[in-house]
Design a protein around this ligand. Structure first.
Ligand code: HEM
Length: 211
């Protein structure tokens, strides 16, 4: 619990550092990757010290993001299991978006949209790492036949596209749901936010902390 009475703790400092390390490296990877992908984005190499440096740095930043993302998985997997209540909640998405929903199952720490985001990334990020590893010259690519490298290049591009789209939705949802960003910056949310968006989670932490 936070020491201010109308705030509740949602993320520890280590969870926030872990999340922002993933977020910063992700943006760096998206920019450097796009710069290598198409000449229209080549100007982005200026951010990394030119073309050669962009090419050298991109895979190493990828390793940092992958390892940090494993940390996020370990920290958040416990609260991302999809339950029957989530599926019931999903059926009423139209009413929820229109703010007209009544008598819905109560949401825990994450709603089903957040859980889909989590599981999509759990598939996409390792795919990016694996395909990136196969095409990483001069270190690893020479151990793979050229046909495997060709498939890996395609998988890498498709997975990167999906990852960027997924994160655009994630950032949009974080901004759209007022009061969420502070969860990842200051670590706390208001009790009103917790009760409104994640009532089952609020009840759970209230019980634990005898609020
Ligand atoms: C780039 C800007 C980003 C912003 C502004 C942002 C913002 C946020 C916020 C506010 C939350 C807390 C949501 C809540 O507690 O209800 C969150 C959670 C989370 N973020 Fe981000 N994020 C960003 C990038 C990323 C990236 C790049 C990844 C992974 C590749 C990521 C993965 C996650 C995960 C896994 C959670 C926990 C939600 C869950 O487990 O279902 N975020 N983010």
């Amino acid at each position: 619990m936070s020491n201010k009475t109308n705030l509740v703790a949602r993320y520890s400092a280590s969870e926030r550092i872990n999340h922002w390390l993933v977020a910063i490296t992700f943006v760096m990877l998206a920019f450097s990757g796009l710069a290598l992908f198409h000449p229209a984005f080549f100007f982005l190499t200026n951010l990394f010290g030119g073309g050669s440096w962009t090419r050298i740095l991109h895979p190493f930043i990828g390793v940092v993001m992958f390892v940090s993302f494993l940390g996020l998985i370990a920290k958040f997997i416990g609260q991302n299991h999809i339950t029957k209540a989530d599926l019931e909640w999903q059926k009423h998405l139209g009413d929820i978006m229109a703010n007209k929903a009544k008598n819905l199952p109560e949401i825990g720490k994450y709603n089903i949209g957040q859980k889909y985001l989590f599981w999509s990334l759990v598939v996409i990020i390792p795919l990016l790492m694996l395909s990136g590893f196969i095409i990483w010259r001069p270190y690893f690519a020479l151990y793979f036949p050229v046909d495997i490298i060709r498939v890996a290049v395609l998988v890498h591009a498709v997975a990167a596209f999906l990852a960027i789209m997924t994160i655009i939705v994630h950032v949009y949802a974080a901004i759209w749901t007022k009061g969420s960003i502070r969860a990842m910056t200051r670590g706390t949310v208001t009790t009103a936010w917790a009760r409104h968006h994640h009532p089952a989670w609020y009840k759970e932490i209230s019980r634990e902390n005898k609020l």
